[in-house]
Design a protein around this ligand. Structure first.
Ligand code: KIV
Ligand code: NA
Length: 270
């Protein structure tokens, strides 16, 4: 059996070869991502991508576990990180442990991710000390959309830097194996990456980070809208539309299915 990368393996990559991470929510894409990436994030962005929700707030722990299990079945080498969804961890370290232990036990994944800085640092420490590897997530934290009011980038105003730096330091000191930094201005992301002892994995946070993550459907061109920080590596939306259009024409003109797609009657042996 191929040995999977572990949370300590990812932690050990600080300052070294960049960590490559993409999201996946299902087995077949997980097996493709697994060939080239170090880590796979089963993100709560599945609420938008798979379920058409407007935010990640309604996503449940059961939704995360179901997709985490699918990604574990589809992959064999990458560290699989599963997001703890809104409402499953914020209340207390004990509530967080109950949710995180369900995720680890029911999916077999190697780490969980949760959003928050200073306020969540005691929870991160509580989980790590009890055997749950944690990836932090600071900067833009989409689960707080209702208090933030918008998904705009953080740290473009230098006055906001100390608070975000304190968040990063707290999550690093609490024992996270890595931290996602989302939508943070380049000089601040670079400063944090130099200051903290755990790898930073950027999304919209510049090449200064120790690694990068993107939402797979965004970089494949399957999402109707993507933020400025996404590079589109494929344009699958129009390709899929062309394929569906061709299929519809073939069915209507009875040119599909053709003979080669049809079961003939058995020929009697003589
Ligand atoms: O849910 C997600 O896809 C994420 C990434 C944007 C980091 O948390
Ligand atoms: Na997320």
């Amino acid at each position: 059996a191929i040995k999977r990368l572990t949370a300590p393996d990812i932690h050990a990559r600080k300052g070294g070869e960049p960590i490559v991470m993409l999201t996946s929510y299902h087995a077949h894409t997980a097996s493709l991502v697994d060939r080239y990436c170090d880590a796979i994030l089963v993100g709560d962005s599945l609420g938008m991508v798979m379920h058409g929700l407007e935010t990640t707030v309604p996503v449940t722990l059961d939704m995360m576990i179901l997709q985490g299990l699918a990604v574990m079945r589809g992959s064999e080498r990458a560290l699989v990180v599963v997001d703890l969804p809104f409402g499953s961890y914020e209340e207390s370290p004990e509530v967080a442990f109950r949710s995180a232990s369900r995720v680890l036990k029911e999916t077999g994944c190697g780490a969980v991710k949760l959003e928050g800085g200073l306020l969540m640092a005691p929870t991160v420490r509580f989980l790590v000390q009890r055997g749950v590897p944690v990836v932090g997530h600071i900067g833009l934290t989409p689960q707080s959309i209702n208090t933030l009011g918008s998904f705009k980038a953080r740290g473009r105003d230098e006055a906001d830097w100390p608070a975000i730096e304190a968040d990063a330091q707290a999550i690093s000191d609490a024992g996270a194996c890595a931290m996602v930094i989302e939508a943070v201005a380049e000089p601040l992301a670079a400063k944090i990456t130099a200051q903290v002892s755990v790898p930073t994995i950027g999304i919209g946070a510049s090449a200064a980070c120790d690694g990068q993550v993107l939402v797979l459907e965004d970089m494949l061109g399957l999402s109707p809208w993507v933020p400025k920080f996404v590079k589109r590596y494929a344009d699958l939306g129009p390709s899929i539309a062309r394929a569906v259009e061709a299929y519809a024409e073939d069915v209507r003109s009875r040119s599909f299915p053709a003979k080669e797609h049809t079961y003939p009657k058995k020929v009697a042996k003589t």
